[in-house]
Design a protein around this ligand. Structure first.
Ligand code: GLU
Length: 320
């Protein structure tokens, strides 16, 4: 079945989702990273981007926030671009842990595998895989260039966030050394951890993440620059990684309720991919107990419900 969605209906749905969700309270800013605790908890924005580049934006969609774990998606894409899907599966994996994003227990249980690039262990390991191995500077350039390709514009390092996170990332340090012990890290552990911490500290806007989501939704073609960022054959693998563990231990509940693969970050972003239809990013700092933004997830769920679209439906949607 095919269903056309008028652009005006998309616009009304985004505005309605924003109005309905802006008064939601609940959740707390991440405070294990001191910088994030100080961000205004009332910031809130939703941005949707279509494959043809049209956008619908409401609220604080130009505010630059810490990309945090959403960057795990981007760097997984970089590893896929550089090394292909089989190596990523063999060296990291594509499974959910069912545990929190920084779970040491998950890594101990799966000592032969970090599971997925979308939890901390797998993401640190993915940074170690990024080429050229051995050069922090060249790897960092590859990571930032790849995010720029996907977003269609540059992210900017939030230096204060980077310092704050570097000074307090004790759990991630333990994870990096455990990976070393399990021979699941493929470059210097502390260099890989530093790259991971720096990429999490990149500042992006909801608009930028909506563009990168639309790039993924349109098989790697950036809607703004029209550049083919990654090979279209990689799209199903990228979306499957996001669907499997994008909401950490809440991933199944999320897919069941909202029907869109999405990745969260403790900076407050939720980036959703509706393949072939649109990319979306909602942003609001307060998080639930699993580290997922309360308001951003409510807004995207509301939007999906208002539009009656679902990635698991047999309907082919097109915004016209
Ligand atoms: N940089 C954060 C950490 O390593 C990212 C976690 C997240 O966004 O889920 O703890």
């Amino acid at each position: 079945m095919r269903r056309d969605i008028p652009f005006s209906s998309l616009e009304s749905a985004v505005h309605e989702a924003y109005e309905e969700c802006k008064t939601i309270t609940g959740g707390h800013n991440a405070d294990y990273i001191p910088y994030l605790a100080g961000i205004d908890p009332n910031l809130f924005g939703i941005a949707v981007c279509l494959p043809d580049g049209r956008m619908v934006c409401v609220g604080d969609t130009d505010y630059r926030f810490g990309i945090e774990s959403v960057s795990k998606v981007h760097t997984a894409i970089l590893a896929l671009r550089q090394l292909g899907p089989e190596i990523l599966l063999e060296k990291i994996g594509a499974d959910a842990t069912g545990l929190s994003f920084d779970s040491i227990m998950a890594l101990m249980l799966e000592m032969d595998h970090p599971s997925t690039p979308l939890v901390n262990a797998g993401a640190i390991s993915t940074c170690s895989l990024v080429e050229p191995v051995g050069s922090s500077e060249a790897k960092w350039k590859a990571i930032v260039d790849n995010i720029t390709d996907l977003c269609g514009s540059k992210p900017e390092l939030i230096e204060e966030l980077y310092q704050s996170e570097s000074a307090t990332n004790f759990t991630n340090r333990a994870i990096a050394w455990l990976l070393r012990d399990y021979t699941r890290i493929y470059d210097d552990p502390m260099m890989s951890l530093d790259l991971y911490t720096r990429q999490c500290s990149l500042g992006v806007t909801a608009k930028q993440l909506a563009v990168s989501a639309a790039t993924i939704a349109d098989d790697g073609k950036n809607p703004l620059t029209k550049e083919q960022v990654f090979d279209p054959s990689l799209s199903p693998q990228i979306v499957s990684l996001i669907a499997t563990v994008g909401f950490y231990q809440k991933s199944g509940d999320w897919l069941y309720r909202a029907g869109i693969p999405a990745k969260t970050g403790v900076g407050g972003a939720v980036m959703g991919i509706m393949p072939g239809v649109f990319g979306v990013c909602a942003f609001a700092p307060p998080l639930d107990s699993a580290g997922n933004s309360v308001k951003a997830q409510a807004a995207i769920k509301k939007l999906m419900n208002l539009l009656s679209i679902n990635v698991f439906s047999n309907t082919h949607y097109e915004v016209v």
